[in-house]
Design a protein around this ligand. Sequence first.
Ligand code: NAD
Length: 323
Amino acid sequence: MRIHANDGISANGKEGLEKAGFNVSTNSVPQAELIAYLNEEKADVLLVRSATKVPKELIDACPRIRLIGRGGVGLDNIDVAHARSKGVLVINTPGASSISVAEMVLAHLSGLMRGLHQSNRLMPATGATGFKELKKRFGKGRELRGSTLGIIGFGRIGQWTARYAIGCGMEVIYTDHTCTIGSIEVTLGGASVAIPVERVTMEELLARADAISIHVPKQPDGAPVLGAAELVKVRPGTFIVNTARGGSVDEDALLAALSDGRVAGAALDVFVGEPEPRADLLAAEGLSLSPHIGAATVEAQARIGDELAEQIIAWSKASVSQG
Ligand code: NAD
């Protein structure tokens, strides 16, 4: 059986699949040439991350493909309904990168609250001549310990973010459509402790949080979870982190809230219009920025590769025993 991983796969995942007898190609074929490539190579399985798109046209034009695997959480680059209607199995690895995203939220947030995103930019230019001025400017940072983190969306990533925040001494409140838990298991030195977390309404979260982190999927109506109407209700000087999806925070409303001081700083890992985010947003003061790398750690890629390999091997064994 032939597997084509168009956005790559970790070395351990590839090795696991090859040991199980699969032929795995990992070259990155341009989107426009992908249909022809998959048909020429007689691929049975297509693996992608977020870069390669798998629309209806590709699924129809490559009838040999029986399984599409997405390394990561979202499936919005794959026409899942159409694939399933054609009997094509679609799999992903939803839990593999939750820890990586959660760690980056805390990295962005602690940097934001101490102004590191700005002092990192200014030190090379003026650190040698204006050290005292910079020391004064950045000497009013805020601490994580004792601050309240409001988490919007308390699924896998939201809960891991809560664990890291609790580890830093933050109080955690959250809002979620479905999750209602009142405590979260935190493991420290091998011992598990249930730490209380409070479910609140969105209104209450906006009114109480010192920092807000968003962990919801793309909304069915495409609307932001933090738009102009929500951003007017945050506490003055709130910090915001968006590692969910471009547009989960309305970018225009965020720029307005940054410029009038309601939002003291914001971290963005995801952008409307990726891979070409708007230049005025990137240039705005008060932003800590990363190029959609929340899930992209060496450890997560290894977990994703392992999970994909395990699922494909199990599917192939089940297909053989059924057929
Ligand atoms: P999940 O499905 O485990 O959790 C999402 C939670 O959001 C659910 O509990 C759901 O009930 C809740 N929710 C949905 N809409 C809501 C709303 N409007 N208000 C309140 N709660 C709402 O998903 P997850 O694994 O935690 O991932 C969350 C999102 O993170 C993904 O969908 C993806 O967009 C994003 N993500 C980003 C990166 C990155 O690299 N930056 C990596 C992985 C995932």
